[in-house]
Design a binder for this molecule. Structure first.
Ligand code: HEM
Length: 413
């Protein structure tokens, strides 16, 4: 991905603005078409083995939206909807308008790394008469003691994650998706998030969350030998792991190359958090705030020395530090790809910021990713008193559509 290198002059000679530094002045008043800024022109492929928006670097704007199928809509309507949505997503991600009645919201802008990722919730399979093909990985998440979940903002038949490096491009995609739902599905809930913009930092860096921490350092990397096994459901065959089998116990191929998304709206109790001394904040995570390095030293990417003791005999990374408790070594190898957006929806009725993390994590099976880690965090994570899980969703995300195919076709056709 290209990161903030150049400013650019838009078609028609108007300055589009500068990326990553110096301002660009309107250079030409002629009609010469000009290059888009690198941020605007960056495209992500819609077709492929996996859906986009999973390993794609998190964009600066995100919308998460869940739909329920309309009363009376079943498998046929769901298939037609996924066909419509897939064609729309492929076009928008390629920088095309949504059709002749496009809203115009994204005119002048390039695709700006737009991605649309589609998932199916547990109830989708009942609504479409496909309960026997519901994958085992969609078993409901267990309750956790700290859950304060709002069912109206949780789960849903269908889920779409939209990301783009431009707010108008992201909103445009959201709006066109809602319009294309027509009579087939209704919005159940929607959440809006953000991350840092490309070009805001001098070099590409791990993002920070609203607590100010460097967040995402120890994510599995696509170059890791076990990355695919941990994040994506393998093709059906002998020994298909649980995430790829259906409720009838059979291996099912529509989810091959897919993944499971766990979505949690996690409110941060920022007033309480910000009252803590820096050293206390760092002990809670087990990493330094300034650069994300472990409390045991080194740089951001230095492994945590979990066995190291301080002179007083206490662990240098406290026993209840978030980074220790959530580390795969402490959870039988359980790992997930965290790809969150921050959110801020103003001030709540209690006078505190309604802000936090739209936590989205990806794994080949929630029982080998989110669930064991959250269970452990729930029992004694030092971060817990400063966060509140307010909504939850679990979605099976089919493998990527091949050329000429729509997302979920191998399930719905
Ligand atoms: C690591 C913050 C919730 C799983 C981290 C790190 C930070 C952080 C700052 C260290 C840097 C890094 O490796 O990314 C937060 C905040 C949360 C939150 C602010 C809530 C608002 C969760 C949840 C889970 C989770 C709900 C999963 C159930 C992990 C994992 C790591 C991690 C797996 C990497 C551990 C390692 O391998 O070292 N988190 N986290 N986090 N977090 Fe969280």
């Amino acid at each position: 991905r290209l990161l903030g290198t150049a400013g650019a002059v838009g078609a028609g000679g108007l300055a589009l603005g500068a990326v990553g530094g110096a301002a660009v002045r309107a250079a030409a008043l002629d009609d010469t078409p000009a290059e888009l800024a690198s941020v605007g022109s960056t495209t992500v492929a819609f077709h492929g083995e996996h859906q986009p928006g999973i390993t794609t670097p998190a964009q600066s704007r995100g919308h998460l939206v869940a739909f329920d199928l309309a009363p009376g809509a079943g498998r046929k309507e769901a298939a037609a909807l996924m066909r419509r949505w897939s064609a729309l997503a492929a076009g928008l991600m390629d920088g095309q308008p949504a059709g002749t009645d496009d809203t115009g919201i994204a005119l002048d802008a390039g695709p700006s790394s737009l991605t649309l990722t589609f998932g199916f919730g547990r109830t989708f399979f009942d609504r479409t008469g496909l309960a026997d093909r519901r994958p085992a990985g969609l078993d409901p998440l267990p309750p956790f003691s700290a859950d304060r979940l709002d069912p109206r903002r949780s789960n849903g038949d269908l889920w779409i994650q939209i990301g783009a490096d431009d707010g108008l491009v992201a909103f445009h995609a959201l709006r066109e998706i809602q319009r294309a739902a027509a009579d087939a599905a209704r919005v159940r809930w929607q959440m809006n998030g953000f991350n840092r913009s490309p070009g805001a930092t001098a070099r590409p860096m791990t993002a920070r969350n609203l607590m100010g921490q460097v967040d995402g350092t120890n994510n599995p990397q696509p170059s890791d030998p076990d990355f695919d096994r941990r994040i994506f459901v393998p093709p059906a065959g002998a020994g298909t792991p649980r995430g790829g089998t259906n409720s009838a116990g059979g291996a099912d191929d529509w989810l091959a190359g897919g993944s499971y998304a766990v979505v949690r709206r996690i409110r941060m109790l920022l007033d309480d958090w910000e009252r803590l001394a820096l050293t206390r904040q760092e002990e809670i995570i087990g990493r330094r705030k300034a650069d994300g390095a472990p409390l045991t030293g080194g740089t951001e990417t230095t492994p945590l020395a979990l066995d190291e003791l301080r002179p007083d005999g206490q662990p240098a990374i406290p026993a209840n530090a978030h980074a220790r408790i959530s580390a795969p070594e402490q959870n039988g190898g359980a790992a997930m790809l965290r790809r969150p957006f921050s959110y801020h929806d103003g001030i709540g009725p209690d006078g505190t910021p309604d802000a936090g993390l739209l936590f989205v994590c990806w794994q080949a099976d929630p029982l080998r990713g989110f669930v064991p880690v959250q269970r452990k965090l729930d029992r004694g994570d030092a971060l817990s008193p400063f966060i509140r899980h307010e909504a939850s969703g679990l979605f099976a995300v089919p493998g990527g559509a091949r050329e000429g195919e729509y997302v979920g076709q191998r399930l719905l056709e």
